[in-house]
Ligand binder design. Structure first.
Ligand SMILES: *[C@@H]1O[C@H](CO)[C@@H](O)[C@H](O)[C@H]1NC(C)=O
Ligand SMILES: *[C@@H]1O[C@H](CO)[C@@H](O)[C@H](O)[C@H]1NC(C)=O
Ligand SMILES: *[C@@H]1O[C@H](CO)[C@@H](O)[C@H](O)[C@H]1NC(C)=O
Ligand SMILES: *[C@@H]1O[C@H](CO)[C@@H](O)[C@H](O)[C@H]1NC(C)=O
Length: 400
């Protein structure tokens, strides 16, 4: 594959870059590496994203060390609460039988994926906090194999990309450039999947993270985080890390969050630090008269689902994500359900559970099978906070 053209070599793409809600610079570098929160305090606070091995309150309570009684009680309360949270989040969905397929060549967090016919093009993402991928892997749903790796342009972002396809071209909009919590780029690219050629697109006016991106009515729509009005948190923002879907000539944005990991001020390596985040389950629909309508919310708040959805039989299927943080430990809580939004009835339901909770999944659908790969999974059935970055592939037969 070769790269062609300069920054303005985009004449042949018949769409206009349209940016709605392009305001403010809420530098919400998402990075959902770790579930860290250094204390059980209730106020949002900065903390290192990488100190998670040091704090495991729900496991530590079994330690034979004599501990002050109060600490012991606190831990028991937290344990009980973890249990409650787990139970109340355990939607009674139908059972899904999952089958593990050939794993991706690399583990991936915050990557991007686009399905064209029987191929899933999987882009970029973190391998570790200090290493980001700069290539594309292709999964073939027909023979269930990985192959066809090729490089991305050197200037293309490595995570939190906006991405959409028209069936041949894949449009790549901004995203974070580099590992840890480095800043975003404004550069955009287009991949011709038939010729495996990359071309430049005009850049966004300003660099952006995780823009909700869709092709709708011949235009590329890019929705970005908007700055809040002073003293009115939440007023301006439409959030990031949400699913953006075009269905029945309507544009839908689903879930997402405000606030996220961002670089520790002054850190030379842009070390990620967590900041408070609010996760949403809201669903908004833009119609042909450019009017927004609110639709029924998801069964629970969910973000990190930009590439975690597929349209199947006029339903939007969403797998995994992150939901509201644990109320006491403030740890992140991952989502283990497969949700369905039926566009005939405008109703949400839970199709079933995934083999584990996981966020930033990359989802595909082929020949009756729902697939997901990559992301960061939970610590186990009893601990919904994030741990390992994975490259595994699972599929389940979908019956809607
Ligand atoms: C965050 O927590 C630390 C330790 O508990 C504390 O020293 C610091 O002042 C807090 N910072 C903010 C901004 O609340
Ligand atoms: C949490 O949910 C999982 C999955 O449904 C279940 O296997 C596990 O037993 C639950 N744990 C607790 C402590 O309720
Ligand atoms: C996908 O797999 C099928 C079956 O092996 C094969 O015929 C097809 O050429 C593959 N597609 C690509 C693009 O490799
Ligand atoms: C979608 O609809 C078709 C036609 O009604 C049906 O055969 C198929 O099983 C449906 N797919 C799923 C995943 O339920």
């Amino acid at each position: 594959m070769a790269r062609f053209g300069g920054k303005h070599g985009s004449r042949k793409y018949l769409f206009v870059l349209s940016c709605i809600a392009l305001l403010g610079i809420a530098l919400v570098a998402d990075f959902l590496w770790a579930s860290s929160s250094s204390s059980a305090s209730s106020s949002p606070n900065w903390s290192s994203a990488l100190d998670f091995p040091l704090e495991q309150p729900i496991h530590a309570f079994k330690s034979p060390d004599p501990k002050p009684v109060r600490k012991e009680e606190e831990r028991r309360e937290i344990k009980a609460l973890m249990k409650d949270v787990n139970l109340t989040c355990g939607f009674a969905g139908g059972q899904l039988q999952w089958e593990e397929m050939a794993a991706a060549p690399v583990p991936r967090l915050d990557g991007a994926a686009i399905q064209i016919e029987n191929l899933l093009f999987v882009f970029a993402g973190y391998g570790t906090i200090d290493y980001v991928h700069s290539h594309v892997d292709i999964y073939n749903f027909t023979d269930n194999t990985w192959g066809g790796r090729f490089d991305m342009p050197k200037e293309m972002a490595h995570s939190h990309l906006g991405m959409v396809t028209d069936g041949r071209y894949i449009y790549v909009v901004t995203g974070q450039y580099g590992p840890q919590c480095r800043g975003p780029t404004a550069r955009n690219f287009v991949l011709d999947t038939e010729k495996k050629e990359w071309h430049d697109l005009p850049p966004l006016p300003v660099p952006r993270y995780a823009p909700a991106t869709q092709l709708w009515r011949g235009r590329l729509h890019v929705m970005v985080q908007q700055e809040d009005r002073p003293n009115e948190p939440g007023t301006g923002s439409i959030g990031v890390l949400r699913a953006c879907v075009v269905a029945n000539d309507r544009l839908l944005v689903i879930g997402g969050q405000e606030g996220d990991f961002m670089a520790k001020p002054g850190s030379p390596i842009f070390k990620c630090a967590r900041r408070s985040e609010v996760v949403y389950g809201n669903v908004y629909m833009l119609d042909d008269k450019q009017k927004w309508t609110e639709l029924p919310p998801m069964p629970k708040p969910d973000s990190h689902i930009e590439f975690a959805w597929k349209m199947v039989n006029n339903s939007i299927i969403i797998a995994g994500g992150t939901t509201e943080k644990h109320p006491i430990t403030k740890k992140m809580v991952l989502v283990g359900e497969v949700f369905r939004f039926n566009l005939d009835t405008m109703e949400w339901s839970v199709v079933g559970r995934m083999p584990f909770r996981i966020k930033t999944t990359l989802v595909g659908y082929w020949d009756g099978w729902l697939y997901f790969t990559s992301g960061q999974r939970d610590r186990g059935p009893d601990d919904p906070s994030p741990k390992k970055v994975v490259g595994c592939v699972y599929r389940t037969k979908l019956h809607l």
